[in-house]
Each structure stands twice: as C-alpha cells, then as structure tokens.
Design a protein. Structure first.
Length: 87
C-alpha cells in the first residue's frame, strides 16, 4: 500500500490508473459492451501508445504514420515546434 515511500518513481496517487479506466469505460459505451479478447488487447495497446504520446507531447497520428516503434526516439528526432500566438 505504501510502495511510493520506498521508490521514487511510484506516484502516491492512482490518477494514471483512473485516467486509463475512463478511456476503457468510454470504449465499452461505444461498442455496447461486446468485444473479443483480441479487439480489447489491440485497443489497450493503442490506448497505451496514445497516452504515452500525450505525455511526451507527440502527435499520436504523426507517430503512427512514421513507422517508428519508440515514442521517445520519435519525439527526440522531431524539431521542437513553437506555439504560434493568434493575432
């Protein structure tokens, strides 16, 4: 229960887990509760990639199109984009 006291990289809350459950619950509503194990597995892989891209500030579709297999390498290889202010 208090694993976060012994390790630096373990968060004290479970916000990441709660966030993932919300995405899964929305899928369940869309598919009306019926899916296969393979379909669910594929969804969870894509969800994991999508969330990693969000945390790394990488466009998910750009990453998928690139053919890269490592989000961190892809993020490092991209030039940093500046946000342009609207005039």
């Amino acid at each position: 229960m208090f694993t976060f006291l012994d390790f630096d990289d373990v968060p004290w809350n479970n916000n990441n887990a709660e966030h993932a459950i919300k995405a899964f619950a929305s899928l369940r509503r869309v598919i009306d509760g019926t899916t296969t194990e393979k379909g669910l597995r594929d969804f969870l892989v894509l969800l994991s990639l999508c969330e990693t891209c969000k945390y790394k500030k990488v466009d998910f579709l750009d990453f998928l199109r690139s053919g890269s297999k490592d989000v961190v390498d892809f993020a490092m290889s991209r030039p940093k984009r500046r946000l342009q202010e609207a005039n």
